[in-house]
Design a protein around this ligand. Structure first.
Ligand SMILES: [Zn+2]
Length: 306
């Protein structure tokens, strides 16, 4: 597999799963940041940006999509850099303009995101100069209906957000709303393949080459979900639960159950797909699954992140 070589002036802050990765691109004149992490990590995001900019200003902030783990640092960055130009996918624009935390998924996922503003949109089919290179903007629906991905054709570098990871892709959120989106995931994987990226900077995890293999893994995973949509629902439930644990680190099982009951994606998913099992029991089962896979521990009545 080819080694990962990133262009000069571009840095990836690999952040884990609560916060998405951030990509800092420094040009001769302007500096840009792609995605800003989760709100509880905002001070860390700011510190990483400031340490790397060494006194230069941050001029442009782009969000691939507006899930809480990709734009939770926006408000903090906007406060520190008043001239910052924030660009978001056009499909989200009116939800941000009128600040609709339901449509922006913060309420249905039981997650947080401080309100921010935007100055422009990232129109698919157009190009944008980031650093000293021109990047293509492509629509990438599936994981999120309005997500975009960014491609720099000279170095064949793709910022794939949650449309493609080294081993899979993000939860297909429209499916939790009852809107079929597995076809869109497949189409987006085809679009990525057609771009022929050499290197991918995913929304989570390390940058990677070996894109053909990643696409094969993603397609196999998608096939599994298409064959058994309940597997996707199980996966989505586990991801939401794990995200909550990452956010708060530990909480009483009863509090976790109450959170699940008041979190619409959780409650509606269970009502639709696992109606035979009471929600509290289902949460306990999911916690056991997380413990078995090493993603959580239980101490007495407290569920811990690890
Ligand atoms: Zn996402």
């Amino acid at each position: 597999m080819e080694p990962v070589v990133l262009p000069a002036g571009l840095q990836v802050f690999e952040r884990g799963w609560l916060s998405s990765n951030n990509v800092l691109i420094k040009g001769r004149e302007r500096c840009a940041l792609i995605d800003s992490g989760y709100c509880t990590h905002a001070p860390q995001t700011l510190a990483l940006v400031q340490a790397n900019l060494q006194g230069r200003s941050l001029d442009v902030l782009l969000n691939t999509h507006l899930h809480s783990d990709h734009c939770g640092g926006n408000a903090t960055l906007q406060a520190v850099y008043p001239a910052l130009q924030t660009l978001i996918p056009p499909g989200h624009a009116h939800f941000v303009r009128d600040w609709d935390p339901v449509a922006l998924t913060y309420v249905p996922t039981g997650q947080s995101c401080p309100q921010f503003h935007f100055e422009g949109t990232l129109e698919p089919g157009t190009e944008i100069r980031l650093g000293d290179a021109l990047w293509q903007i492509h629509a990438a629906p599936g994981h999120d209906t309005h997500s975009v991905i960014l491609f720099e054709p000279l170095s064949r570098l793709l910022v794939s957000a949650d449309a493609l990871w080294e081993r899979g892709f993000g939860v297909v959120f429209p499916e939790l709303d009852g809107e079929g989106a597995f076809d869109e995931v497949a189409n987006t994987l085809d679009i990525i393949e057609a771009l022929q990226p050499l290197t991918v900077i995913p929304g989570h995890g390390a940058p990677f080459t070996g894109v053909a293999q990643a696409l094969a893994v993603a397609r196999a995973r998608l096939d599994g979900f298409v064959q058994s949509p309940e597997k996707h629902m199980q996966y989505a439930s586990k991801v939401l639960l794990k995200f909550k644990l990452l956010e708060v680190q530990q909480l009483e099982l009863q509090v976790l159950v109450a959170w699940a009951q008041s979190t619409p994606y959780f409650a509606s998913t269970f009502a639709r797909h696992f109606a035979a099992v009471p929600l509290a029991q289902a949460v306990e089962q999911l916690v056991r699954d997380l413990v078995r896979s090493g993603a959580a521990t239980v101490q007495g009545s407290v569920v811990c992140n690890v």
